[in-house]
Write a protein that binds this ligand. Structure first.
Ligand SMILES: [Zn+2]
Ligand SMILES: [Zn+2]
Length: 162
């Protein structure tokens, strides 16, 4: 039987709920939170997303709007290459700074892995340039911000029922 969240096969133990068996409590909660998140009314999500958007930027304390901006990085070391895309809840100015840092980091540290460093580094650099040229949330909360708001509401709902 496979864990519905991560796909690991679960032979013994884990968390059994109904006819599903999760490999760990963490996977059960992850699935549960998505299930609860899907049931949260859109108006509540919209409202919280607007509130989040109008908060001050956590980094520079300026009056937003803030939204989720993506930055992309890659590090390599010989045959090891690690790359990731992170979402940051920031104002546009701070987002550009973070994207610039990730771009320079990728430029300096991305290439030194064979073969993936050579393939992924230009991709991450271009992704940063694209993210820098975009301004999510300029006309209201982006879908990413709404999704974050939905998960915040779901985790509150989960804490209340626990
Ligand atoms: Zn799992
Ligand atoms: Zn800022």
């Amino acid at each position: 039987m496979a864990c519905p969240t991560c796909g690991t096969s679960v032979l013994f133990g884990g968390v059994k709920v109904g006819n599903k068996r999760y490999c760990s409590k963490k996977c059960y909660e992850a699935d549960e939170i998505n299930r609860i998140a899907a049931q949260i009314p859109n108006e509540q999500v919209e409202q919280l997303a607007h509130e989040l958007r109008n908060e001050r930027c956590p980094k520079c304390k300026s009056h937003g709007p803030i939204d989720i901006h993506k930055s992309h990085s890659v590090y390599s070391f010989i045959i090891y290459t690690k790359y990731e895309t992170r979402g940051h809840l920031l104002c546009k100015k701070c987002a550009i700074k973070q994207q610039t840092i990730d771009l320079i980091t990728s430029l300096l540290l991305g290439w030194w892995g064979v073969p993936f460093g050579l393939i992924i580094t230009p991709i991450q650099i271009i992704r940063n340039v694209i993210s820098m040229s975009q301004n999510p949330g300029i006309n209201g909360p982006s879908d990413d911000l709404k999704q974050r708001a939905r998960l915040i509401l779901a985790s509150h709902a989960m804490a209340e029922t626990a």
